[in-house]
Design a binder for this molecule. Sequence first.
Ligand SMILES: [Fe+2]
Length: 430
Amino acid sequence: MTSTEQDKPTWCKPFPVIGKGTFLFNVSRNRPFRIIVRDLVPNSQIDTSFIEMKVGYEEAILTCKTDNHNFVYPSKKPHPFFGNNIGIEKDLFCTYWLSYDSDRMIVKYGKGYRMNMTTILNENVYLVKESLRKIIKDAFFNPTVHRNVELYDEVDVTYSMMDVETVVDFDHLPFVSDRPPIAVDSSMLNMFDLDEGRFTYSASLPKECLELYTNVTAKNVDLALMEDDSCPDFNLVDAIRNSIRTPDALLHGILKSKEGEFGKSDPRQTYLRITLGHEFGNSPGVPYVLEIWPSDHGSPIHNHGNSYGVIRVLHGGLTINVYNKTSQVKQSTTYTPDDQDYMFDFNVKKDDVTWISPNWYQTHKLWNNTDDFCATIQCYKYGENDNTHWPYFDYVASCNVMDEFEPNSDLTFTELFNKLKDEFLSSKSK
Ligand SMILES: [Fe+2]
């Protein structure tokens, strides 16, 4: 079925920025649908051109149509990440997105987060024979023309306009390229790194992340500098290591008591949360948390409820697996990705900083594959445009069911310091 004069869109809205943007459709679908981009005020007598993205069963087809030409771009299978699963995610909640970029004359379609790896169609529509390029540019990419996005169902609509309104969204920008997960202070920038695009520089972070980055990269945020004049032999790094490894010691005991916290029997899926400071209502839980990861321990796959975050490694190292946006059945009964479905992984070590945002690196699993413990300082903040303020981390629990983790505290930092100092003094006196 193609678009005809008789078709009625289920929903339509103009792109907020002229000539570019990403349309996001967060919905559970079990039948094909089409997204059409066309002039906001079409003159049907002379202009019937439009861009159509059809998402079907294991297929996605982009068509750019003028009166006299049809430029058709079918998706290729298998996709490097999705395999043959490039169409609708039957009965699963999923974000389908369409990026429209008149500057580059590129249209992209994908599922989940907007990333290179989740891009299923990436079509430079301008790459046609030279005689057709002016037609393409005038019909689809005139940067002065306001355009609507229209949503069409293949069959009768079964949900209300109100329902649809809650599941569509726009990003003002088209998706152009990935952002690196490691953040580096802008004062360290050099031209080779800039040219290779290896890092996200601090001044280029989302503003929510920049605030967190500025605080956690302060010189004195360092476990090795946490000293006590009354107890000069006390070393916090050694004390944490001993307390984790010694049966009946404080941290060993807390870790034992947390086994099963994430619904799985794997005792390695535990880590310590040491909170710093108070809540201000602008983050899920206390915004600053020292997390302590024993060797071969880690987290379940989880996301951060669309908040912004920054993680600085204070000791040791971690491996971070990055996952696509979770697709799940309504009422959270089944979760499709498992541990092996990650898109890529990367290692972080002492003083490395990584960041997350609603679209970038939001769903991850952290694991300490080193022989020593790892300590990180993690901090989170809700975005200014976040109207939900989801207070939980959603994680994959037993039987691949999604569950909610309410950020909690095992100890405050001052409690940790004083108790480990007491533990150190007590062991010395024996
Ligand atoms: Fe996390």
